[in-house]
Write a protein that binds this ligand. Structure first.
Ligand code: ADQ
Length: 643
């Protein structure tokens, strides 16, 4: 980056060939970002043609801010080959001030997150930011509010907005799911771009369309294809997982690679110099396609890719024969090649040969990110790596963990529309009322003094349902109430229904996926139980803490990173603790943690309130995570493409 900064500095030096900063000309369109009041810049273009960000001559210009006659200088940043990397807004000044801007940029890495936030002047006006902006393409199977089955949607619905608010140009590419239900209305704001693109895979040229909505500073791009139009959820229906998911998500990856080249969003394409954030196995072909399909033809040579692993348990493993349908050159087979160990083969003639989409991204992406620091270590171990640990160990130097943030506007007890009463740290009375309303709605005895324990999540091995099943008879002996919300494995769904009929006055099991109910449980419960076998980050414990609901969690992955165990005999517990953590993953240790929580709830009200308030006042915003993603994006562009 040094060379980039030096270049910008030379361009702006008053002794350089340009006569004066005020006389510099700049032909690019500028868009005023109404939200954060910074100037926003679209990609370079050539008379409306698709941008390649390459051989274009740019100059700088002083742009007067209506409220600040000091003006701003737009400086381009180029790499060693003269290609445009980004732009920087610099307060107009002489050399001394420019030097101080350079100095400030150099210090940015070591400064606190607080300092990285757009500063608010005393007048309430934001200062111009001085950082490189990137063209960022999220590729994801889910993005809230358009589609959601779990936490992937939450992240891909929020992080893009946080990055856009920091001045980046951000596009999210995700399927346009049409299920034939009222949920389809979520796509109503997206318009058909009338851009049909053919991608070559699965035996022919598949034609996809693109719909687009510009919302909260982000270009939401929906890939349209008949295979995304069917009842169910993004991955399956009541009969199970769709059999053609490898086709559907191969299509998504191909379409996502085309989108920055062909879609003139807001008048201009994103161009080739962009950063792909490929989320989970569904988007894992993106880095492989960049390396195998595009770069050999000189396209995307300056793009970079980051694989974001939300859950390594799902890798997109398909029969080896699938490879010939993926639209990849034969010689790249090794990137996806996957051979099951002998013990995992199903019969004597099974050679164990397969293709593994996630593995393809692990070996081709420029960088890898997981959704917490703890999990970034766990996936390098044989216990947590699901077979990919050795490969991930080999790429440890580019592997980072960034803890997710949460959408603090959707999850805010002081204005949440889904809950019966609102409350905040200043007035907690609404929480007791939410508990009352929840008990009433569920038909449980309305008892303010009885600890109400909640669970929300996919009914899946990962979430520790087996442990809950095992512990339920013992737990139901205590004076507690328990409510579970979830859907997934039919065995667990049936167990929930059966348990409800056995413990009518203590247990409720809500089978299904219901966002308003999840908010009501989060607000109305006293304790949220998360005995996950593994948890890359976990969002429900963050939501719970924000709602003054105390998490009791298995000490794993992101749960270990985000919940601080309460121990009344240690000093730091009074300032740091936000819940209870337990380990090992056994019924006994989970019940012991729950007993501590129940006892504290019943007998130590002030400690309980301390836990609530500490959790509620923690900073969960995405700003923190977005800043760390920015750093990793910057590192990705410093290194040459990995493949
Ligand atoms: N029945 C139901 N009704 C309504 N809402 C429901 C629901 N079941 C789940 N949800 C919601 O879905 C989300 C699930 O979040 P998790 O963090 O548990 O994600 P998940 O395991 O799906 O994702 C993976 O990705 C995320 C994001 O990176 C990681 O946090 C996580 O550890 C990893 O396993 C939450 O918003 C939750 O409220």
């Amino acid at each position: 980056m040094d060379s980039l900064q030096l270049h910008a500095l030379l361009l702006l030096h008053p002794c350089a060939s340009s006569p004066s900063l005020r006389q510099l000309r700049f032909p690019l369109p500028l868009i005023r970002n109404s939200r954060n009041r910074n100037f926003r810049l679209f990609s370079a273009h050539n008379g409306g043609a698709a941008s390649q960000d390459g051989p274009f001559a740019f100059e700088e210009k002083v742009v007067s801010s209506p409220k600040d006659d000091r003006g701003l200088v737009l400086a381009r940043e180029t790499d060693d080959f003269g290609y445009l990397v980004g732009f920087r807004l610099i307060p107009e000044s002489g050399l001394e001030e420019l030097m101080s801007v350079q100095h400030a940029i150099a210090e940015e890495d070591s400064s606190s997150d607080e300092a990285k936030k757009p500063g608010l002047k005393d007048t309430g006006e934001e200062e111009a930011e001085t950082r490189v902006s990137y063209n960022i393409i999220f590729v994801t199977a889910e993005a809230a509010p358009y589609s959601k089955t779990g936490g992937l949607a939450d992240v891909c619905g929020s992080l893009p907005i946080a990055l856009a608010a920091r001045g980046h140009r951000v596009m999210v590419v995700t399927p346009r799911y049409i299920h034939g239900t009222s949920e389809d209305a979520k796509f109503a704001g997206a318009v058909d771009l009338a851009q049909r693109t053919k991608v070559s895979c699965f035996g022919g040229a598949q034609e996809v369309g693109f719909f687009h909505e510009y919302r909260e500073g982000v270009d939401w791009v929906f890939v349209d294809h008949p295979s995304f139009h069917r009842p169910g959820n993004p991955y399956g229906d009541k009969f199970g997982t769709f059999g053609d998911n490898q086709f559907r998500f191969t299509l998504l990856s191909h379409a996502a690679c085309e989108a920055p080249l062909v879609l003139p969003l807001g008048g201009f394409t994103y161009g080739e110099k962009c950063l792909f954030l490929a989320n989970d196995w569904h988007a894992s072909l993106v880095p492989v396609l960049l390396a195998a399909k595009y770069r050999p033809h000189g396209v995307y040579t300056d793009a970079r890719s980051i694989l974001v692993i939300h859950n390594i348990a799902h890798q997109g493993v398909e029969p080896a024969i699938t490879y010939s349908s993926l639209g990849l050159p034969t010689e790249w087979y090794g990137a996806l090649e996957w051979v099951f160990p002998t013990w995992a083969r199903t019969h004597a003639l099974d050679t164990g040969e397969a293709v593994n989409f996630l593995k393809g991204a692990v070996v081709t992406a420029d960088r890898i990110v997981t959704v917490s620091k703890g999990y970034s270590w766990e996936i390098t171990t044989s216990e947590g790596g699901n077979g990919l640990h050795e490969l991930l160990n080999g790429r440890k130097s580019i592997l980072n963990g960034i803890t997710n943030g949460i959408d603090v506007t959707e999850w805010d007890p002081s204005c949440d529309k889904h809950i019966a009463f609102n409350y905040s740290v200043d007035d907690l009375s609404g929480k007791a009322k939410c508990k009352y309303a929840l008990q009433q709605e569920l038909g449980l005895p309305v008892r303010p003094d009885c600890p109400l324990i909640g669970f929300i999540g996919r009914l899946d091995y990962q979430k520790g349902i087996d442990l809950i099943r095992l512990a339920m008879p013992e737990l139901m002996e205590a004076d507690v109430q328990f409510v579970m919300l979830g859907s997934g494995n039919p065995i667990y769904e049936d167990w929930m229904r059966a348990t409800e009929s056995v413990y009518r006055d203590k247990f409720r099991g809500w089978v299904g996926f219901n966002v308003p109910i999840s908010h009501k449980i989060t607000a109305g419960c006293d304790i949220l139980l998360m005995p996950s076998a593994f948890e890359p980050c976990g969002l429900n414990q963050l939501y719970a803490m924000r709602y003054g609901t105390i998490p009791v969690v298995h000490e794993t992955g992101g749960l270990r990173d985000t919940v601080h165990n309460f121990n009344p005999y240690t000093e730091d517990s009074k300032t740091e603790s936000t819940g209870w953590t337990f380990s090992p993953l056994t019924k006994e240790s989970m019940l012991a943690a729950l007993r501590y929580a129940i006892q504290t709830y019943n007998e130590h009200k002030s400690s309980w309130e301390g836990l609530m308030l500490r959790g509620m006042t923690k900073d969960y915003t995405w700003v923190n995570a977005a800043t760390q993603y920015e750093q990793i994006i910057e590192w990705a562009f410093i290194d040459p493409p990995y493949c």
